[in-house]
Design a protein around this ligand. Structure first.
Ligand code: G3H
Length: 542
């Protein structure tokens, strides 16, 4: 059997999916959430096809239909915007003026409601984007942890601000206040987690939300819409469904979006920011492109470097913004590294997302294998080779990871963010050439260095911390733990996300000040002791 047939044979018949992972029937979402109302939608819809195909009785492979969702127009997105603007009411609405402890209660209520939907949401992540069942469950649980940690961080932030300061004859209370309407758009690789790492902090700080789900990983929000409706006041969370290029630009040109929270491409972020008529009023919180490199020094522990680089480059088929997308290895160990790396890649189980231990799964973007093959062909034409057995072979949406070596600066794989299962390996003689790669890159998210000499590592760390925002020593690049700052330089990010940084990103410091006089003190006392203000108070949230 040819390799392509062997790969195609990995797609099963419908009956062979274990019952625990089956979707009973396609989910046809026919409602959108605007102004606290789940409105019926009778307009055009988009059919969601899974990256997984089933083999029919004649042996044909047919993509699984996961369901469908509304394709709304610019009219509905503008209605959603008006609902959000109305709920914010220039900062006078119920939600932005609500006390922090009450907002926390609403978010806790929301969390309870979505935890009840865990099984369905996890299944939808798996079927919509092909993420393994284990990783889909991990994505859900990590998101719930993130929400709980956010609540704790907000309590701490608010409690620290629950006191007056007296400086140079002025009494002040300084807190963080919301910014207004936040447009939240997450990516398809972590559709739930990364969307919620901006949406939840934005929401809990008192902002109102326009939420557009990613292009793959849309239906998994269907079971969440009701929770949004029931847990928050009307207009606080509104959905925008449909084609991004049609439904998002009118929101930006309206000038009424105060924060653009986008985890996606720098091209889209650039375009959207420029549409806002008053750019000074727009805050952008962005997680964008990256091409993180691993730099493997001559004295590196090769086995450890192989292990971390396989994880770093191929977890979820390389579809992570933090993935290692270029591996630079010192010439003196390059052959040994490539050999061990290829062996480790060949050992990765390829298969369907519900299979225990599976590593390489079908890709959600059906055009991706074609793009990846073009990148490999370009490298082969310019002198590289695919070093692992069957690397770059594909059938339908399954693509066997390709280890491409030796890659140089003339090849597309040297600069393009492949965002998929290709590992370009670049040999280097002189560490300056590895450093200059990072320096000249358009991106500046993270880097990994592998080596054992403290002097060498130290001399690399010092220039690299000014090029990227996280230097990993003898380990892969990654976002977590989520309490650590997640950001980047150049075209990789704007603003910093982490459990506590995100609360700051979606708020501004605001203060109430008065002269240090007996009359002011009496007045402030009256407000505090009478619990007359959500802002001016000394309450401690337990
Ligand atoms: O796609 C980017 C994600 O934030 C990466 O998160 O490093 O934990 O996989 P991760």
């Amino acid at each position: 059997m040819k390799q392509i047939e062997r790969l195609a044979a990995l797609f099963p018949a419908r009956e062979s999916v274990p019952p625990a992972h089956r979707l009973e029937s396609p989910l046809h979402q026919r409602s959108i959430l605007i102004n606290g109302e789940l409105r019926d939608w009778e307009g055009p819809t988009h059919t969601v096809l899974s990256p997984v195909s089933f083999r029919d009785a004649d042996g044909r492979l047919l993509p699984v239909e996961v369901g469908s969702y509304p394709i709304t127009s610019a009219n509905e997105s503008l209605e959603a915007l008006q609902a959000a603007v109305g709920a914010y009411a220039a900062g006078t609405g119920q939600w932005p003026t609500m006390s922090v402890d009450q907002r926390i209660v609403h978010v806790q209520d929301f969390t309870r409601r979505i935890v009840e939907q865990r099984d369905l949401i996890v299944k939808l992540i798996m079927w919509e984007i092909g993420k393994s069942a284990a990783d889909s469950a991990k994505e859900f649980d990590r998101t719930i942890d993130y929400i709980r940690q956010t609540i704790d961080a907000l309590k701490e932030l608010d409690n620290n601000n629950s006191r007056f300061q007296m400086v140079e004859g002025t009494i002040a209370q300084i807190r963080r206040a919301p910014l207004g309407v936040v447009l939240c758009m997450g990516p398809y690789n972590y559709p739930l987690n990364e969307t919620f790492t901006t949406l939840i902090p934005a929401l809990i700080m008192g902002n109102v939300i326009l939420f557009k789900p990613p292009r793959f990983g849309t239906l998994l929000f269907a079971p969440i819409l009701q929770a949004f409706r029931d847990a928050f006041p009307p207009g606080v969370v509104n959905t925008v469904y449909g084609r991004g290029e049609e439904v998002v630009p009118p929101l930006m040109t309206s000038g009424q979006v105060n924060v653009l929270a986008l985890i996606g491409s720098s091209r889209v972020a650039d375009k959207l920011k420029k549409l806002h008529p008053k750019t000074n009023r727009l805050r952008a919180v962005l997680g964008l492109d990256a091409k993180n490199a691993a730099i493997i020094l001559p004295d590196a522990d090769i086995d450890l470097a192989v292990r971390e680089c396989v994880l770093g480059s191929l977890s979820f088929n390389g579809q992570r913004c933090t993935a290692l997308k270029l591996v630079m290895v010192h010439q003196s160990i390059a052959d040994a590294f490539v050999e061990k790396f290829c062996a480790a890649v060949s050992a990765l189980p390829v298969g369907m997302p519900w299979e225990p231990g599976v590593a390489i799964t079908p890709l959600p973007d059906r055009n991706k294998p074609g793009y990846l093959s073009e990148c490999v062909a370009d490298a082969l034409e310019k002198g590289a080779r695919v070093c692992n057995t069957d690397g770059g072979q594909s059938a339908e949406t399954l693509y066997v990871p390709a280890v491409v070596y030796p890659v140089d600066e003339t090849m597309r794989l040297f600069r393009e963010e492949q965002f998929g299962p290709i590992v370009p390996i670049v040999p280097f003689d002189d560490i300056d050439s590895a450093l200059s790669y990072v320096e000249n890159s358009d991106y500046g998210q993270q880097v990994s260095i592998f080596g054992s000499d403290a002097d060498t590592i130290a001399t690399l760390v010092d220039p690299l911390v000014n090029q990227v925002c996280r230097v990993n020593i003898n380990c892969q690049c990654q976002r977590g733990p989520d309490v650590f700052p997640f950001t980047g330089r150049k075209d990789s990010a704007e603003g910093t996300l982490s459990v506590s940084d995100a609360l700051r990103a979606f708020s501004v410091r605001t203060m109430v000040a008065a002269k240090d006089t007996a009359a002011s003190k009496a007045l402030l006392d009256d407000i505090v002791l009478g619990h007359k203000s959500s802002f001016v108070n000394t309450r401690f949230i337990f």
